[in-house]
Ligand binder design. Sequence first.
Ligand code: AMP
Ligand code: MG
Length: 390
Amino acid sequence: MISVEQALEQLFALVEPLESENVALTSANGRTLAKPVFAKRNQPPFAASAMDGYAIYKNDYQVGRTLQVIGESAAGARFEYKMLEGEAVRIFTGAPVPTGADWIVIQEDVDAIGRQITIRDTRESKSYIRPAGTDFEAGETLDAPQVLTPQLIALLASMNISNVNVTRKPEIAIISTGSELVMPGETPGDDQIIASNTFGLKAMLEANGANVRVLPIAHDTAPALRTAFALTYGADLILTIGGASVGDHDLVAGVTEELGMQRAFYKVAMRPGKPLMAGKLGKAAMIGLPGNPVSAMVCGQIFVLPVLRALLGLGKAPAPRQSATLANDMPPNGPRAHYMRAHVLDGVITSFERQDSALLSVLAKANALLLRPPHEDAKQAGEAVTFVPI
Ligand code: AMP
Ligand code: MG
């Protein structure tokens, strides 16, 4: 059995970043920016007013001073002429500051009568002018790779970028194996259960940038499994769920071998998730996940998501970890790394009593996998521990 770290290293050796494609900015949220982007203009492109008020000369910003209002500058329609001292231009938020003006007096601080204003208050110490390029300047770079967020989409739009190069979405095919499985919504027979982790994994992977193909359930026969594998054509990553142990009905190892899989490893020293298999099947990477619902979901977080990020070009790194203070005592850990279902709130983490890898109701309450390295000593409440947020 190899360690989680060794398994990850071997998984990363199976994948390289996919090529990029050009998409409209309106379709780019959540995609991975593949090439750096350069701002095409300054923002704001001109000195702009940050408030509604009057553009004036700073010399005129004196209580009791009366100024002549000679025109207006609105957003999208500037005042074209140079202003002089003693003059004011009515101005609105986002409008270009007229040439000559170097101060905005807000409208609350003047008395306006006809075409004249008198400064009533000089409480402000800053000008309310946003100089050209204060947000960003032409040529400023947005680095790649990184996942595009709504904030970055807004910034890119402002930079006048309408299309971006993003990594192609990895195609992931999921094969659920087991004669006992039926699809959600079906009426199961007495000995059947509903395929569940299949849909949890699909959701997890789609939320992280993959296109996921859920293939028909393969019953525990070699022909059914071969048919399912034939449907994985074109996938960058093939996931099987279940059938990866060594029971009489566990056929994944045999069938993949027959199909020519170059196996990287089989079995990892972790809980849950020991019967994890990986290799290369044609051009695709393949990961054989254990069938137990929680095991499959935990392996999804610890192995499949990092592989997905590697395919997206986001680097080859383990699931990000954080630390928290333990709320409860824990006995020493055994020889396998344990990813305990836990709940973390305000930096304090509590591991759940029941850790059976079949309990989806417990996983559903968890927002963290508390990490216990192999052979770790007992831990007391108050000690620091690491966890993977989920
Ligand atoms: P296996 O690895 O095939 O021995 O499966 C281990 C356990 O997980 C068995 O109880 C299976 O019924 C269950 N199982 C396998 N695949 C799934 C699935 N896709 N959804 C829910 N449970 C599953
Ligand atoms: Mg099975």
